[in-house]
Design a protein around this ligand. Structure first.
Ligand code: BGC
Length: 741
C-alpha cells in the first residue's frame, strides 16, 4: 500500500536543504559543467533514434544501469529517502548531467496531477476518464491530456503515469474510473488521444496497466488465463489502438500474471506483442513493485524497474548479469536507447518543464466542459428534466454531501482537493483509503439556477427526515455515490451504504424523484421503476456541480452515452462473484489473497458482447444515453471499395443537441462471432430540425479477426452486416459491406 500524508513534511525540508546545497556547490564552481548545447546529440535536426544512439555510445555501464531503475518509493512511503532533485512525484530516475540528460520526474496523473498539496501546489481534478469516455469525443480526450500535460509541466514534471486502458471486463473493478470503458475501440481511441494531448505539451506519456489488470482483487497474485485470439481481440486491442494513436513514451506493465508469467517478465506480452507486433518504440516500466527478476525480466522485455533502487533487480544485480553475460550488453543498450529516444521524441530534453503557477480557472473551465459532455441521462420519464425554476417552487436535495461537493476516485489516481476534503476537512493532502469530496457544491449551483425557489438539503442519514423533506418539495434529487479506488473492488454492483433504501424512501415520498449517480462504474438500480429521472455524472471533477446544474436546468443538453453496460444484477455478469473475493481475509487488503488462476471463459465477449451473445437484457446497454431532443437516422449506404458508410442524422426535436451516431458490424458467419462490434462513431451537432450527412471510414483492423496460426490479423472475405443507430441495442438501420478475398 502507498502512503501520502503530512508525516513526510520533515523529509521534504531535509531534501530541500540538500537540494539547495547541491545547487550552491554547482554555482561555486566545484563542478565543471560541459557546454551541453554543443553536445552533438543536442542537434534537433537528428532523429530521436540517432540522438539516443549517440548518447548510448558515450555512456558508461554505471550510467546505463542508473537509467534503468528508479530511486525508490520516496514520497510514497513514510520514512523512505527522497532524492534531492526529486520533484516529489511517484517516481524518479536520475539523469546523466555530464551528457545533458535530464532527470525523469514521473507523476501519477490519471485524472489530475496527484499529490499537489504535498508541495503546496494546486492541480485540477478532471472528470474520471470513464466519464470522459462517455463523451465519445476524441477532441475532448485530447484537451483532457493537453490540460494534464500543461499542469504537469507547470509543476515541474516531465512524465505522466496515467493512461489506463484496461477494459471494463470486471465491472466491479476498483479502478474502472481510471480507464475508458469496456469496448477496445472506444477505450483505445479515447486513451490514445488523451496521451497524445499529454505529449503535445512536451511531457512524456504512459499507457498502463499492461495487461489484463482488470480487477484489483488479488492483483499481484492472480494468473490470468485466456487464449491468444481472445487476448488480441479484447484487452490487447485497446492497448494496440491507444499505442498506435499516441506513440507513448512508456508502457507500464501490470502486477498480475498472464498465462503463468508475471506481466513484467512476460515474453509474449512484452517482446512478441508490444515491441514486435505493436512496434512500440518507447520503454516498458514496471508498476511499482511489479518487477520479480533480473535476467528473466530483462530478456523478456522489461526496460526499467520502478520505483526501483540500487539494490533491486535492475540495479547492482543487473550490472552483474551484464558483466557475466547473462544479459547481453546489446539488450541493456536497447533498454537505455528506448528511454533516451522517448525523451528526445517528447521534447523533454530540448524543452524541459519550467515551473510556474497552475491556473485553476483555466483547468476548471476545461474540466467543466469535459464533464458537460460526460454526463449521461439514463431516464427521463414524463420529461421531468430539464427542471424549470418556474415550475418548481421547491427542490429537495438529498445525500452524498451534495451540499458541499462531488466525489472523486481514490488510490494513486487521487488528486488533492483544494482546501482539503470538502466533506471532512483535514489539513494536508489526501490520505490513502479516504473518500474525498471536491468543493464543487451541487446545492450552491442548483440554487444559483433557481432564484426564488426553495432548495433545501438533507444528508440522507435519517431516512425518515429525508422522506419528509422530499414529501414537501416539488422535485426530489437524491445523490448516490459509489466510492472506488485502487487496491479494492466493489463486492457487488449494488450501491454501498444502504443508499438503495434511501432512494426507495425518497421515491415513495415524492413522485418526481431524480437520482444523480456519482459512481466509479456501473451500478444496479432496484428502484428504477419508481423514480422519474436518472443522471449518471460519474466522478465529475472540479467543475462537476456547475456541469450538473447546467444539465439539470437544460442550459446544456445531455449528449453522453455509456461506455459500459449496466447489468440488472451481478448474476448477469460472466463472473457473478468477483474472482478471488472469497479469499480476501476479513481484515485484509484485496491483494492479500493467495495466488489463484482466473480463466476468462467469456474470452473476447466483454460487456455488450457478452450480453448479446448470451441473450441477456441489461439494465442500460452500452452506448445508451438520452437527450432533451430526439434524433432520426436515414439513408444508410455502404461503399465496398472505400469501406465507408454514409448516412444522415436529423434533430427532430425543438432543442439543439449533439447525437453520438454509432456504427456496429456483425462479421461474416465464418468468423463464428455471436455479437456485433463497435467500429465507428461520430458526434453530430444539430440545431433543431437540422439534418447532417455523415461519412465514416471503417478501419480494417476493427473488422478483422486475429488468426493465431498465422499470428496476425485477418480480414475475412464475405458479407459484413453494418448496423447504425443510437446505442448498441438500438440500431434501426442496416446495410451490407462486401469484402472480397
Ligand atoms: C499503481 C500505478 C501507479 C503506481 C505509482 C501503483 O500502485 O498501480 O498505477 O502509477 O502505483 O503510484
Amino acid at each position: 500500500m502507498q502512503f501520502n500524508s503530512t508525516q513526510n513534511a520533515r523529509k521534504i525540508f531535509a531534501a530541500g536543504i540538500i537540494a539547495v546545497l547541491a545547487a550552491f556547490c554547482g554555482a561555486s564552481g566545484a563542478q565543471v559543467k560541459p557546454d551541453i548545447a554543443k553536445l552533438p546529440w543536442m542537434n534537433k535536426a537528428l532523429s530521436p533514434d540517432q540522438r539516443a544512439d549517440m548518447v548510448v555510445h558515450e555512456m558508461t555501464l554505471d550510467e546505463k544501469i542508473q537509467m534503468v531503475h528508479g530511486t525508490g518509493w520516496g514520497v510514497l512511503r513514510a520514512g523512505d529517502p527522497i532524492p534531492a532533485r526529486s520533484n516529489f512525484g511517484a517516481g524518479f530516475m536520475a539523469g546523466i548531467d555530464r551528457l545533458g540528460i535530464p532527470d525523469i520526474n514521473l507523476a501519477d496523473s490519471a485524472v489530475g496531477v496527484r499529490m499537489a498539496a504535498y508541495q503546496s501546489r494546486y492541480a485540477t481534478l478532471f472528470p474520471s476518464t470513464l466519464g470522459a469516455a462517455s463523451s465519445w469525443d476524441p477532441d475532448s480526450a485530447f484537451l483532457y491530456g493537453s490540460a494534464l500535460g500543461r499542469e504537469l509541466r507547470q509543476q515541474g514534471f516531465n512524465m505522466s503515469i496515467g493512461g489506463g486502458v484496461d477494459i471494463t471486463r470486471e465491472p466491479r473493478n476498483g479502478r474502472n474510473f481510471e480507464y475508458a470503458g469496456e469496448d477496445p475501440v472506444l477505450a483505445g481511441t479515447m486513451t490514445g488521444e488523451l496521451e497524445k494531448g499529454v505529449l503535445s505539451q512536451h511531457v512524456m506519456s504512459d499507457i498502463k496497466h499492461y495487461a489484463f489488470n482488470d480487477q484489483e482483487t488479488g492483483r499481484t497474485v492472480v494468473n490470468v488465463l485466456l487464449d491468444k485470439k481472445a487476448m488480441r481481440e479484447s484487452d490487447l486491442l485497446a492497448f494496440e489502438i491507444a499505442i498506435g494513436i499516441a506513440n507513448p513514451s512508456g508502457v507500464m506493465c501490470s502486477y498480475n500474471l498472464v498465462e503463468g508469467d508475471y506481466a513484467c517478465e512476460n515474453d509474449y506480452l512484452l517482446n512478441q506483442v508490444l515491441k514486435k507486433d505493436f512496434k512500440f518504440k518507447g520503454w516498458v516500466l514496471s508498476d511499482w513493485g511489479g518487477t520479480h527478476s533480473t535476467v528473466k525480466a530483462a530478456l523478456n522485455g522489461l526496460d526499467q524497474e520502478m520505483p526501483g533502487g540500487d539494490d533491486d533487480y535492475f540495479g547492482a544485480a543487473l550490472k552483474k548479469a551484464v558483466e557475466n553475460g547473462q544479459v547481453p550488453q546489446a539488450r541493456l543498450d536497447d533498454m537505455v536507447h528506448r528511454i533516451l529516444r522517448s525523451m528526445f521524441a517528447a521534447g523533454v530534453v530540448d524543452d524541459p518543464p519550467v515551473r510556474t503557477v497552475v491556473d485553476p480557472f483555466k483547468g476548471r473551465d476545461e474540466a467543466q466542459h469535459i464533464a458537460e459532455e460526460s454526463i449521461v441521462l439514463l431516464k427521463n420519464e414524463g420529461h421531468v428534466l430539464p427542471l424549470k425554476a418556474s415550475r418548481s417552487a421547491s427542490i429537495a436535495l438529498i445525500g452524498s454531501h451534495a451540499d458541499v461537493g462531488v466525489l472523486s476516485g481514490g488510490g494513486s489516481a487521487q488528486v488533492d482537493a483544494p482546501g482539503g476534503n470538502a466533506a471532512n476537512p483535514v489539513p494536508g493532502g489526501s490520505i490513502w483509503g479516504q473518500t474525498v469530496y471536491f468543493p464543487s457544491s451541487p446545492l450552491k449551483y442548483i440554487r444559483a439556477h433557481s432564484p426564488g425557489v426553495s432548495v433545501e438539503y438533507a444528508d440522507g442519514k435519517d431516512l425518515a427526515a429525508a422522506a419528509r423533506l422530499a414529501k414537501n418539495a416539488n422535485v426530489a434529487i437524491v445523490f448516490a455515490t459509489q466510492p472506488m479506488r485502487e487496491d479494492v473492488d466493489a463486492p457487488t454492483l449494488s450501491l454501498p451504504d444502504h443508499q438503495d433504501a434511501l432512494v426507495e424512501a425518497v421515491a415513495a415520498a415524492n413522485p418526481n424523484t431524480i437520482v444523480v449517480l456519482e459512481t466509479g462504474g456501473p451500478v444496479t438500480m432496484p428502484w428504477i421503476e419508481r423514480v422519474k429521472g436518472v443522471v449518471e455524472m460519474w466522478y465529475p471533477g472540479i467543475g462537476g456541480a456547475q456541469a450538473l446544474a447546467n444539465i439539470l436546468f437544460g442550459e446544456v443538453n445531455p449528449s453522453g452515452k455509456l461506455p459500459v453496460t449496466f447489468a440488472k444484477d451481478d448474476a448477469q455478469l460472466p463472473h457473478p462473484v468477483v474472482p478471488g473475493l472469497e479469499g480476501v481475509p476479513a481484515d485484509g487488503q484485496h491483494h492479500d489473497v493467495k495466488p489463484f488462476d482466473l480463466r476468462y471463459t467469456e474470452g473476447a465477449r466483454v460487456g455488450y458482447k457478452w450480453f448479446e451473445s448470451t441473450h441477456r437484457q441489461p439494465l442500460f446497454p452500452f452506448g445508451f444515453g438520452l437527450s432533451y431532443t430526439t434524433y432520426a437516422y436515414s439513408g444508410l449506404t455502404v461503399d465496398d471499395a472505400q469501406r465507408t458508410v454514409h448516412f444522415a442524422v436529423k434533430n427532430t426535436g425543438a432543442r439543439a443537441g449533439t447525437e453520438i451516431a454509432q456504427v456496429y458490424v456483425a462479421l461474416p458467419s465464418t468468423a463464428h462471432e455471436d455479437y456485433k462490434r463497435l467500429v465507428a462513431w461520430k458526434r453530430v451537432k444539430l440545431a433543431p430540425g437540422e439534418s447532417k450527412d455523415v461519412t465514416l471510414t471503417l478501419n480494417p483492423l476493427y473488422l478483422s479477426v486475429f488468426n493465431t496460426e498465422k499470428d496476425g490479423w485477418q480480414l475475412l472475405p464475405g458479407d459484413y452486416k453494418v448496423l447504425l443507430g443510437a446505442s448498441s441495442s438500438e440500431t434501426p438501420l442496416s446495410a451490407t459491406l462486401h469484402v472480397q478475398q
